[in-house]
Design a binder for this molecule. Structure first.
Ligand SMILES: [Zn+2]
Length: 714
C-alpha cells in the first residue's frame, strides 16, 4: 500500500545523521551531518510492557517487585492485550483479579486482545468499569454495541479517562507528548465472541488514521499497542508511516531484543515479551527533537529466574502475595464445580495413552477438531484431523460427574489449541515420530481424530540425537493412514494434499520431536488460536452432553505386517490382488476396521497361509483380546509383536487345543484349528463353522472370510 512518506524522508536523514555517533545498531550509511541530534539533547523514554498474561497470576508478586524496581520518572507501563482466559483466576474472577494488580501497578494504557471478548461485550464491562487506566483501540468501532458504546470515544484522549476507550491517547512524559494507539486482530470475530455489533476495521488504515490525527496535534513520538501478532507487526512497521515503537502481543512471541525495521527511513522497533507474565519487557528509547529514534536498548527481564539454590532472583512483593492468596483461596472451591457427566471411565492412564488409542484421547482429539473446524476455513485442504501428544494427557477422568478439578488434573499445562495446514506427507512424518517411542511409553504417542492409522511396531522407529536434535535413523512404522470424510467414510491420505491439523501449541512448535509440525509452522501454515485446552474440552463436553465415548479403532499396531515390504511406502487401501478373491468384501471390511493389514506393496496375498502368531493377532484384534505381553505361559518363542495377542487369548481361554507348553508360532494354521478357535470365540460348536478339508492350511483370504462371517456383527 502506498503511504505518505514525506515526514519519514526527513526523519530518515536525521536518523542517518546520528549513525556516526555509533549509537544506532542498524541504520544505513554514515552521513556528514553527524552528531547534530545526540542523546544528550534527546528525549529518553522507558517503556515497560506486558502482553498475553492470560490470567497467569502466580508470579504477580514478583512482577510487582520487578515493575516497581524498573519504573523511573520517564516510564510508560503498557499492556498489549489478552489478560483474559487461561487459568482458573479468569474462570472465577473474569479478569478482575488481574485488574486489581494492573491498577495497583498504575498501568498507563492497554489495548484489547481477542480474549477480552471471550465472554462477549457484556463480559468486558466490569473490567472497564474498574480499570484505573484508559484503553486504546483504533480499529474497533464500538458505537453499535449496546454494552460498550458508552465507554468508547471517537476522539483522541488527552490523556484519556479511566476505563474509557479511545482510538489513541496522548500521555505527557517529562513535558513531552507521547501518542499511544491500539490495534486488535480482526480474527477476534472467529476466535472470541465480540458479537454482531463490535466492528473491526482494516488495521493498517486505522493505524494510519490515528497516527495522522496524533501528528496533526503535534505528537511526533508514537507507540502502537498491537494485538495483531508478530508477522502483522512487521507489516505495520512497513506500511504505516509515523509509528516509532510497536509493543506487540497475540503471537506470544518472545523477542529477546527489539526487532528493528529499517525501510531506509526512520527506524521502527518491535517488542514483545512471550506469554504469561514470565518476562517483563523493558525498552529504553531516545528520540531526537523531531521525534526520530536515535538509540535504544531493549531487554526482557525474566521474572521467574532462579538462583542456584532454587530461590527466585526477584523477591515477591509481600502485599501482592497476600492479596493473591485471597484470590487463590476460592479457586479450590471452584475445582469441585461439576462441568459434565460421563457414563464411561475416560482412560488417561499413562500406560494406556502413551501406547494405544484410548477413549479419552479420542474424546479430547474430537473436541479439538470440532473447535478448529468452527474457526479455520478448509480452503483448499482436504479435511480436518487432530494430533494430540499423549504426554499432554495426565490422568483418567472417572465416570459419573466430571469436575473442573478432575479435568485440570488431566490437562494441567494450560496448553493452547493451535492449527496447522500440513500435507499428507507431513502428517505421516508426524505420526512416524509419534509412534517411535511407543516401546518406552514416550509422551509423543499421538491420540488422533478425523483419521485412523496403522503402524508396525516391529519396524524401526525414528531415532533422534538428543544432543544435536538430528535424525540418526528414519522411521518406517506407519503403514496406512485413512482420513475421515464428511460422508463418514475413510479414504487414504493423499501425500500431496493439504489437511488442517488441530493440535496444541507445544507440539506445533516442534515439542516432543514433532519436526514436521514445526516446519509447517515456520512455513507460515499456522493459525494463532491460543484457546486454552481445558476450555476447549469443556466446551465440547457441553455440546456432547453425557459422554459415552468408546475407542473406535483409530490406531492399530499390526506388528510384523510390514516386514516383507520395502520400508517407508504407504500401502494402498484397496489391495491390488483381491479383486477376483471370493472374500474381497470381507478383506476390505476387516481391513477398514483395523483387524487385518495388507502389505506395503499394495497386496493382501489372500492365497498365502497363516501362521499361528498371525492368526492370534487377527483373532485377538477382532474380539478385543489384547493382553499383557509378559503374561502368556508358553515356553517356546512367541514373537514380541504377537505376545500381547497370544497372552490375551490365553487369558480368555480362547486358544483351545493350541494351549500347552509350546505355541509353535510359525506353524501354519489348518482349517480344523481355525474352525475350533473361531467357534470358541463365537461360542458355538466347531461343526457350525463351515471350512474346507480339516487338514488343509487355511489361507489369509479364507480366514478373513470366516472371521467376518462368524465373529464380526454386521
Ligand atoms: Zn491473542
Amino acid at each position: 500500500m502506498k503511504r505518505f512518506k514525506a515526514k519519514k524522508n526527513v526523519r530518515a536523514a536525521l536518523a542517518a545523521a546520528v549513525l556516526v555517533t555509533g549509537l544506532s545498531p542498524v541504520l544505513g550509511a554514515p552521513s556528514a551531518q553527524a552528531a547534530e541530534a545526540t542523546s544528550a539533547n534527546g528525549f529518553d523514554l522507558r517503556v515497560l510492557h506486558t502482553n498475553d498474561t492470560h490470567a497467569h497470576l502466580d508470579n504477580i508478586d514478583r512482577r510487582v517487585t520487578a515493575i516497581n524496581a524498573e519504573r523511573n520518572d520517564h516510564t510508560l507501563l503498557l499492556d498489549a492485550g489478552d489478560v483474559f482466559s487461561g487459568t482458573l483466576y479468569f474462570n472465577q474472577y473474569g479478569g478482575l483479579a488481574d485488574l486489581y494488580f494492573m491498577n495497583l501497578l498504575k498501568y498507563d494504557a492497554m489495548t484489547f486482545g481477542n480474549h477480552e471478548f471471550d465472554k462477549g461485550p457484556a463480559g468486558l464491562v466490569p473490567f472497564l468499569k474498574e480499570a484505573k487506566f484508559p484503553f486504546v483501540s483504533a480499529n474497533i468501532d464500538f458505537t453499535a454495541d449496546k454494552d460498550l458504546a458508552s465507554y468508547s470515544s471517537a476522539t483522541i484522549g488527552e490523556p484519556g479517562a479511566e476505563g474509557k476507550i479511545y482510538p489513541a491517547i496522548i500521555k505527557e512524559v517529562k513535558g513531552e507528548k507521547v501518542g499511544i494507539i491500539g490495534l486488535t486482530t480482526s480474527d477476534t470475530i472467529a476466535l472470541a465472541s465480540p458479537g454482531e455489533n463490535v466492528k473491526f476495521k482494516d488495521d493498517v488504515e486505522s493505524a494510519q488514521k490515528a497516527v495522522d490525527e496524533l501528528t496533526a496535534k503535534g505528537v511526533n513520538k508514537i507507540i502502537a499497542l498491537s494485538h495483531l501478532g508478530y508477522p502483522e507487526d512487521q507489516v505495520l512497521a512497513k506500511e504505516v508511516d509515523g509509528i516509532d515503537i510497536i509493543v506487540g502481543g497475540h503471537s506470544h512471541t518472545k523477542l529477546d531484543k527489539p526487532t528493528v525495521y529499517d525501510g531506509g527511513e526512520a527506524p521502527v522497533l518491535i517488542v514483545q515479551t512471550g506469554e504469561y507474565g514470565v518476562n517483563l519487557g523493558k525498552l529504553d528509547a531516545t528520540f531526537d527533537t523531531k521525534g526520530v529514534l536515535t538509540k535504544w536498548e531493549g531487554q526482557l527481564i525474566n521474572v521467574d529466574a532462579k538462583n542456584k539454590d532454587e530461590s527466585y532472583v526477584i523477591k515477591g512483593n509481600e502485599a501482592a502475595a497476600t492479596k493473591l492468596k485471597e484470590y487463590s483461596a476460592k479457586l479450590e472451591e471452584l475445582k469441585t464445580t461439576v462441568i459434565g457427566k460421563s457414563d464411561v471411565t475416560l482412560d488417561g492412564e499413562r500406560n494406556s495413552v502413551r501406547k494405544q488409542e484410548t477413549n479419552l484421547g479420542d474424546f479430547m482429539a474430537d473436541g479439538m477438531r470440532a473447535k478448529v473446524e468452527s474457526i479455520v476455513e478448509l480452503g483448499d485442504a482436504k479435511g480436518y484431523v487432530t494430533i494430540q501428544n499423549a504426554g499432554g494427557i495426565r490422568a483418567t477422568i472417572p465416570s459419573g460427574d466430571v469436575t473442573l478439578g478432575a479435568l485440570l488434573t488431566t490437562m494441567p499445562f494450560g496448553n493452547n489449541l493451535s492449527a496447522l495446514k500440513m500435507t499428507g506427507t507431513e502428517i505421516k512424518a508426524a505420526l512416524e515420530n509419534g509412534v517411535s517411542g511407543v516401546e518406552t511409553g514416550e509422551g509423543r504417542f499421538p491420540q488422533v481424530s478425523g483419521m485412523k492409522f496403522t503402524y508396525d511396531s516391529k519396524q524401526p522407529g525414528e531415532k533422534i540425537d538428543s544432543v544435536t536434535g538430528e535424525l540418526t535413523q528414519e522411521g518406517s512404522r506407519i503403514t496406512d493412514i485413512q482420513i475421515l470424510g464428511e460422508n463418514g467414510q475413510y479414504t487414504p491420505i493423499e501425500p500431496n494434499s493439504y489437511y488442517i491439523v488441530a493440535t496444541n501449541s507445544y507440539i506445533a512448535g516442534g515439542g516432543d520431536f514433532y519436526r514436521s509440525m514445526a516446519a509447517a509452522k515456520e512455513d507460515g501454515r499456522f493459525y494463532e488460536l491460543n484457546l486454552v485446552d481445558y476450555e476447549v474440552f469443556r466446551e465440547y463436553l457441553d455440546s456432547v452432553g453425557t459422554v459415552k465415548q468408546a475407542t473406535e479403532g483409530r490406531i492399530t499396531d499390526a506388528p510384523g505386517t510390514a516386514s516383507e515390504t520395502p520400508s517407508g511406502e504407504t500401502p494402498a487401501s484397496v489391495f491390488s490382488d483381491i479383486a477376483s478373491d471370493a472374500n474381497a468384501a470381507s478383506i476390505e471390511a476387516l481391513h477398514s476396521a483395523g483387524f487385518v493389514n495388507g502389505y506395503a506393496d499394495g497386496t493382501f496375498r489372500p492365497a498365502a497361509s497363516v501362521t499361528r502368531a498371525e492368526f492370534a493377532a487377527i483373532l485377538a484384534r477382532t474380539v478385543g483380546a489384547e493382553g499383557d505381553a509378559s503374561k502368556h505361559t508358553y515356553t517356546d518363542n512367541v514373537p514380541a509383536w504377537a505376545a500381547a495377542y497370544v497372552a490375551g487369548l490365553e487369558a480368555k481361554g480362547l486358544l483351545g487345543s493350541l494351549e500347552g507348553p509350546t505355541f509353535g508360532a510359525k506353524q501354519a494354521v489348518t482349517n480344523a484349528e481355525a474352525a475350533e478357535l473361531i467357534a470358541l470365540a463365537a461360542n458355538v460348536e466347531p461343526s457350525a463353522i463351515e471350512v474346507g478339508a480339516a487338514d488343509a492350511k487355511v489361507t489369509r483370504g479364507q480366514l478373513v472370510g470366516l472371521i467376518a462371517k462368524y465373529l464380526v456383527k454386521s
